[in-house]
Ligand binder design. Sequence first.
Ligand SMILES: Nc1ncnc2c1ncn2[C@@H]1O[C@H](COP(=O)(O)OP(=O)(O)O)[C@@H](O)[C@H]1O
Ligand SMILES: [Mg+2]
Length: 320
Amino acid sequence: MSSPPAIRVSHLTKRFGAQVVVDDLSFEVAAGETLVLLGPSGCGKTTLLKTLNRLVEPDGGTIAVHGRDVRQLAPEELRRGMGYVIQQVGLLPHYTVAQNIGVVPGLLGQPAAATAARTTELLERLHLPAARFAHLLPAQLSGGQAQRVGLARALAADPPVVLLDEPFGALDPLTRAAVRRDFRELDELRRKTVVLVTHDVQEAFELADRVILLNQGQIQQLGPPRELLRQPASDFVRSFFQAERLALEMRVTPLAEVLPFLTDAAPAPAGAPVLSARASVQEAVALLHETQAASLRVAEAPATAVALGPLLAAFGRALP
Ligand SMILES: Nc1ncnc2c1ncn2[C@@H]1O[C@H](COP(=O)(O)OP(=O)(O)O)[C@@H](O)[C@H]1O
Ligand SMILES: [Mg+2]
């Protein structure tokens, strides 16, 4: 027998007064999957996320986590099973960084020594050395540092499911990119089931296994980013991505699909940075930019040096 999905939402409905904010939604999240809830401001993303951990009680429908109805879970069980980063980070202002991270383990009665070790480990992994940061107060942190602490707090009790509401929302573009990269590279998040809310389409495409595009409390489309971009289910879906289409295409197009359009090929010079053919055009452009290399080598096609100009020209020809 196959195990149940990490999260199963059936006919979920939530109203505020006469307004239907979550409108009869059904979907599943597989264990280990990153599902992104995307949509315009006010479409119901935060409300939907909050029903998952019962911060909002729905008016109808059911939610099962690992096969168990959340209404039958005690609050401690729900907290142990689901980390949560709220939209405005929400660190407790009079608690230090370490105390903030230790809140849930403390509520769960975990031994202080184990929590301290876990806190140090998480801070190091998020590039916040404990010796420097553990004793600071939230007001002494930059926006990016506070977001990282919020993430550490959500992971402290090692929950199998993590809910994140616009976790990079309030950051400047450079900090946002840096925190997002740390987030992507955090090994332990790869193993977890993640539901992440954002209104940023680039962020959604960068992080999602699958995206739910919401509008007015309804699912407009659910699928991998590439499917939403290439096979939009409605005019709403098409127009939602239209302004950033080219950049999104760069994210969903692997080098393997562009290589056949790269004509006058020469081997990449020794020492050129290397990428897999599965890497996206966007990753190749970013790597060329970061390393300032004239060209890069595709591991599966060493005879073809990839320089920026020819890469972009070939990408243009490969576009559907
Ligand atoms: N507690 C509440 N009481 C009344 N209306 C609410 C409440 N929370 C959210 N809403 C309304 O529900 C809609 C969806 O809100 P929200 O889920 O926060 O959207 P999003 O996160 O997508 O921006 C909005 O119109 C908002 O004003
Ligand atoms: Mg919101």
